[in-house]
Design a binder for this molecule. Structure first.
Ligand SMILES: [Zn+2]
Length: 245
């Protein structure tokens, strides 16, 4: 086991956001996704409990509660400058209470850096923010949709202050090796090399299915990986990467 692994129980005192102790469980992994991802019944159950176990008051899924628990754990002092990339469902109000939040969305049809509602249009692999601006960055379930996720992680690191942290989640099965579902074709556009797989109907297609090697390969940047209830479900975790101070 990696020396970066840390173990916790995020729901010990109720929902980490609102304190509610009432949760509901819904099956959210559909047959098509389970088939393309080749999930075993146990793996499918793990992801259902990660995505479909929600607080009845605030609606946060277990994955988002894991992210919030970790952000609170590592938050560097009062009133941090927070970069929230690509809008994580239900996380926004909790972040607003933690510090000053800069929110981004990614709309390839709109100019980079444009204001869209309360957010800025940003491609995570080419951020328009100045170097060293943020204390804390957060993103969730984004990297698997990016051809060059390593560049995205490096870009987020660039805009962090020295000693700043990025906290994120990725869908990952530790016993597997990472594989591509899409790769750049001759034209440079991404083309499927396995049948297309989507998380939800309208979402971007999956480019990467991450395995345990993802965490090993990023060991030099990873400060900690926090797991909720590791022995029952190893898919519920958040990664903390640090920018050298
Ligand atoms: Zn709640």
């Amino acid at each position: 086991m990696s020396r970066t692994h840390r173990f916790c129980r995020i729901d010990r005192k109720g929902c980490v956001h609102c304190g509610c102790r009432r949760f509901e469980q819904e099956a959210v992994i559909d047959d098509r996704l389970a088939a393309t991802w080749e999930l075993s019944p146990r793996e499918r159950r793990w992801f259902d409990r990660r995505e479909g176990h929600r607080c009845r008051d605030c609606g946060m899924s277990r994955r988002v509660r894991m992210l919030l628990w970790t952000l609170r754990r590592v938050c560097p002092g009062p009133d941090p400058e927070i970069l929230h990339l690509n809008e994580t469902n239900a996380l926004g109000p909790a972040l607003e209470r933690m510090g000053r939040v800069t929110q981004t969305v990614h709309r390839p049809d709109r100019p980079p850096g444009a204001r869209i509602g309360a957010a800025w249009n940003q491609d995570m692999t080419r951020l328009s923010f100045a170097e060293g601006r943020f204390d804390l960055a957060v993103h969730s379930e984004t990297l698997e949709h990016l051809a060059d996720y390593g560049r995205a992680l490096a870009e987020v690191r660039r805009v962090l202050k020295p000693g700043g942290l990025q906290v994120y989640t990725v869908p990952l099965l530790h016993a597997r090796t990472t594989r591509r579902r899409m790769r750049p074709g001759a034209s440079g556009r991404l083309e499927p090399c396995l049948p297309p797989s989507h998380h939800g109907d309208a979402e971007f297609p999956v480019v990467w299915e991450f395995g345990g090697d993802f965490i090993r390969r990023r060991a030099a940047s990873i400060q900690a990986v926090y797991f909720d209830n590791y022995w029952r479900n190893r898919t519920v975790f958040a990664v903390v990467e640090a920018k050298a101070g």
